[in-house]
Design a protein around this ligand. Structure first.
Ligand code: ACO
Length: 333
C-alpha cells in the first residue's frame, strides 16, 4: 500500500471569556500569587462561566481552524475530539460539534487521553489520512477542567484552566509529510497519580446509593517525577526516529503544566527562550487543549515563524505521554 503524506492546514483555539487570577483564588483558598507563580509559572486562567462548556469551546475552536484553512464544515470527512471532561459522554462531543459546524459528511468520535489527547489524535488522523480513507480531518481538544476540580484542594485546583484547540489535517498534495515523527505512550500501572472518577451509582435494588466522586485528584510530586523521566525520553526517541538532532528543530511547543518541567525540557534540548513557547502564565493547564492553544497563539503572535519545524509534546493522566515532530509550512495560521 502507498501511504499518503499528511499536511497541517490550520490551527485554531478558543478560551472562555472569564479570567481568574491567582489573587482571585486567595478569596477561596489558603494560597498566594507568590506560591502559585513560583512553583508553576501560572498567573491566571480562563474559566467557563454561564453556559460555556467543552462543546461550545470546541465549536468555536473548530470555526477558527476552518476559517484559517478556508474551509467549511461540510468539507471535513472526520472529526476526532480529545476531551477528558466533555459536556456529554454521549452524544459524543464530536457529534455535537459536527451538527453545529454543518459537517454532515464527517464520521465523529471522542477519545479520552487527558492532556496527551491531541498527540494521540494526531496519530489517529495520520493513520486515517495515510490509508486514503479520510482526507480532511478536524481534530479538536477541548476541556473545561474547572467544572470537575475540587475547589477546596489548593494543590490541584490552582493548576488548571479551560479552553479548546483545533487542527485541520489533509492529504498532502506535494508529497511532503508534515508529521515528521510521532510517538505515543501509556503506563496504566501509575494511573493513580491523576484521576477523575465517574463512579455512577449501583441499582438501588442492589445497594443503597452513595454519592459519586467526580473530582480531579492529583499527586503532583509523583506526576512531576514521572514526567521529568519519561518526557525527555519520548522527545529524544522522536528525534532519533526522524534522524534529527535538537539543533535541527526550531521550536518546542510543550504541554503547559508546569514552567519548571518546561524549563527542564528546554535545557535538555539546549534551546533559547525564543525557541520555547510558554503561555502557562495566561492559561494554566488546559489539558488536551494546551498544545494547540500554545501553537495557535504563537503563530498568531508571530512568536513562531514559518516555515519551521517544531516539537509538540504532552503528558498527563493515564499516565499517557507523547511527542510529535511537525513541519509548520510557510504561512500556516
Ligand atoms: N498554595 C499554597 N501552598 C500550597 C498550595 C497552594 N496552592 N498547594 C500546595 N501547597 C503547599 C502544600 O500543602 C505543601 O505544604 P506542607 O509542606 O506544609 O505540606 C507545600 O505547599 C509543598 O507542596 P508540594 O506538593 O510538595 O509542592 P511541589 O513543590 O511538589 O509543587 C506542584 C506542587 C506544583 C503541583 C508540582 O508537584 C507539579 O507541578 N507537579 C506536576 C503536575 C502536572 O504536571 N500535572 C500534569 C498533568 S495534569 C492532567 O493530566 C489532568
Amino acid at each position: 500500500m502507498n501511504f499518503k503524506p499528511v499536511q497541517i492546514l490550520s490551527i485554531g483555539k478558543a478560551v472562555p471569556k472569564t479570567v481568574i487570577t491567582n489573587d482571585d483564588l486567595t478569596k477561596i483558598l489558603d494560597t498566594s500569587d507568590e506560591w502559585i507563580s513560583t512553583r508553576t509559572g501560572i498567573k491566571q486562567r480562563h474559566i467557563a462561566s454561564g453556559d460555556e462548556n467543552s462543546t461550545m469551546l470546541g465549536v468555536e475552536a473548530s470555526f477558527d481552524a476552518l476559517k484559517k484553512a478556508n474551509m467549511e464544515g461540510i468539507d471535513t470527512d472526520a472529526i476526532i475530539v480529545a476531551s477528558s471532561n466533555p459536556y456529554n459522554i454521549y452524544p459524543s462531543t464530536a457529534c455535537a460539534i459536527q451538527a453545529q459546524i454543518g459537517a454532515k459528511n464527517a464520521i465523529c468520535f471522542d477519545i479520552t487521553v487527558a492532556c496527551t489527547g491531541m498527540i494521540y489524535a494526531l496519530e489517529i488522523a495520520r493513520s486515517f489520512i495515510s490509508t486514503g480513507k479520510y482526507k480532511n480531518v478536524l481534530l479538536v481538544a477541548t476541556d473545561t477542567n474547572s467544572k470537575f476540580l475540587d475547589w477546596t484542594d489548593r494543590a490541584s485546583c490552582v493548576l488548571f484552566g479551560d479552553g479548546a484547540g483545533s487542527m485541520i489535517l489533509t492529504e498532502s498534495k506535494d508529497g511532503v509529510d508534515d508529521i515528521i515523527a510521532l510517538n505515543i505512550n501509556a503506563d496504566g500501572n501509575v494511573g493513580r497519580f491523576i484521576t477523575m472518577n465517574l463512579v455512577g451509582e449501583n441499582c438501588p435494588l442492589v445497594e443503597p446509593n452513595k454519592e459519586g466522586i467526580r473530582k480531579i485528584t492529583m499527586n503532583g510530586k509523583e506526576v512531576y517525577k514521572f514526567v521529568v523521566q519519561t518526557m525527555p525520553e519520548s522527545i529524544m526517541k522522536c528525534l532519533h526516529d526522524a534522524n534529527l538532532e535538537p539543533k535541527d528543530i526550531d521550536y518546542l511547543v510543550p504541554h503547559q503544566a508546569n514552567l519548571r518541567i518546561i524549563e527542564g525540557l528546554q535545557s535538555r534540548l539546549e534551546f533559547t527562550n525564543e525557541q520555547v513557547v510558554v503561555n502557562i502564565d495566561k492559561y494554566g493547564n488546559t489539558s488536551a487543549a494546551s498544545v494547540p492553544i500554545a501553537l495557535s497563539e504563537a503563530l498568531e503572535e508571530g512568536k513562531i515563524k514559518t516555515p519551521s519545524k517544531a516539537i509538540l509534546c504532552a503528558f498527563g493522566a493515564g499516565m499517557a505521554w507523547g511527542t510529535a515532530i511537525v513541519r509548520l509550512r510557510e504561512g500556516l495560521k
